[in-house]
Design a protein around this ligand. Structure first.
Ligand code: HEM
Length: 356
């Protein structure tokens, strides 16, 4: 009896030390930009990450496509004015916002709703302490993980911006799918990403879809010679006209799974956009594409590192910006909504959450 209980104690200790070891391995140690930290909400909202993970599990069970939508939303947030949630702001009477810029017209509407729903759940639990830009950064990470991609930690503590960028600024910062590698590398270089990081981040196209207007120019009047013929024939059926509402998947081998098959597609001339396919045509990036196509672990490691870096672009911290009460509107324009949320937070303050 004594032997069996001491041996189970030993196994318990062994399991917990293994668990601790794996946790500390997963914990990143790299420097983060001033004002962000790996444990920012540890005291003020300890359940933050589990609320997001659990809710997104439910959302993606119904529609895994939403994972791609949230990942793209985070990218479009960070590349325009930094990761401060400005892409979430609706245009105002004063003028159109980022959401009205052409590349953002195809952001999934549901993505904005999913984020506001997450925000409401989090603020109910903890009070209005977590920014929409942090929620988006975590939601993008969970989109990757829940689609089969790498797990990584997200530094937190972003604050939400007070204004959105103009349509022109938005267009100037987001890369174009019609661009070749030189323009793509220049765009990413302006945000301090090198070629390897650029190719890794392009692997975001391992999941999700595109609409025909972006695909059609590579098919008509003549098929882009860098595109596989059978692949082109099939795409022509999906997108017979430029204004068709149809969609095609970004990664034909595994459209809903986050893996390295996107790079295998490129090696088989089955990349959907010029900006994708040219990464394999161009000598500067070809070797990187091949290295990710043959080694998924290498891709996952580089993608996770590049995402952590992207998630810190131009962040607001400390007392800059605000914590939005509604992700779609800045607080100053939203006083009634804000008042109701403050009441909600007073009724159920986060410190009592554990006693429910
Ligand atoms: C390299 C430059 C990039 C260009 C030119 C580009 C362009 C595009 C375009 C045109 C679409 C299709 C939009 C539509 O018609 O619905 C798209 C979709 C998507 N992009 Fe990118 N993108 C780039 C980089 C990235 C990065 C860095 C990420 C994330 C790390 C990303 C994630 C996605 C995702 C997940 C989708 C699918 C969205 C959905 O299914 O709703 N893209 N991208």
């Amino acid at each position: 009896m004594a032997t069996s209980s001491s041996s189970s104690l030993v196994s318990l200790l062994l399991i917990s030390s293994l668990l601790l070891a794996s946790l500390s391995e997963a914990k990143p140690s790299g420097p983060v930009v001033s004002g962000l930290s790996w444990a920012f909400y540890q005291k003020s909202c300890p359940k933050l990450e589990s609320i997001i993970r659990k809710q997104l599990q439910k959302v993606f069970k119904k529609d895994i496509g939403q994972a791609a939508g949230l990942l793209r939303l985070h990218f479009h947030d960070c590349f325009v004015q930094g990761c401060e949630g400005s892409v979430l702001l609706e245009g105002s009477a004063g003028g159109p916002g980022e959401q009205q810029a052409i590349p953002n017209l195809t952001l999934r509407k549901e993505g904005f709703e999913i984020l506001n729903d997450l925000r409401a759940r989090i603020h109910k639990e903890c009070g209005r302490v977590v920014s929409c830009s942090d929620i988006l950064a975590l939601a993008a990470r969970d989109s990757v993980v829940l689609s089969g991609g790498p797990e990584y930690d997200v530094p937190l503590g972003r604050r939400d911006g007070l204004r959105f960028a103009t349509v022109d600024t938005t267009m100037a910062n987001l890369p174009s799918p019609f661009d070749k590698t030189t323009a793509i590398l220049n765009n990413f270089d302006s945000k301090n990403f090198d070629a390897k990081e650029t190719v890794a981040l392009s692997g975001g196209h391992s999941i999700g879809i595109s609409h025909c207007p972006v695909i059609h120019p590579r098919l008509f009047p003549t098929v882009d010679p860098t595109m596989d013929k059978t692949f082109a024939q099939n795409l022509k059926k999906i997108c017979p006209t430029a204004n068709s509402n149809n969609t095609a998947v970004l990664d034909i081998r595994s459209p809903n799974v986050f893996d390295n098959k996107y790079y295998v597609d490129l090696m088989n001339r089955q990349g959907l956009f010029t900006s994708d396919q040219d990464l394999y045509t161009d000598k500067r990036t070809r070797g990187i594409v091949t290295s990710f196509a043959v080694d998924q672990k290498l891709f996952f490691d580089e993608f996770a590192k590049a995402m952590i870096k992207m998630s810190q672009l131009g962040v607001l911290t400390g007392n800059q910006g605000e914590i939005r009460a509604n992700c779609s509107v800045r607080n100053a324009n939203n006083e009634n909504f804000l008042a109701s949320v403050v009441e909600e937070a007073v009724e159920e303050p986060g410190v009592w959450a554990g006693f429910k």
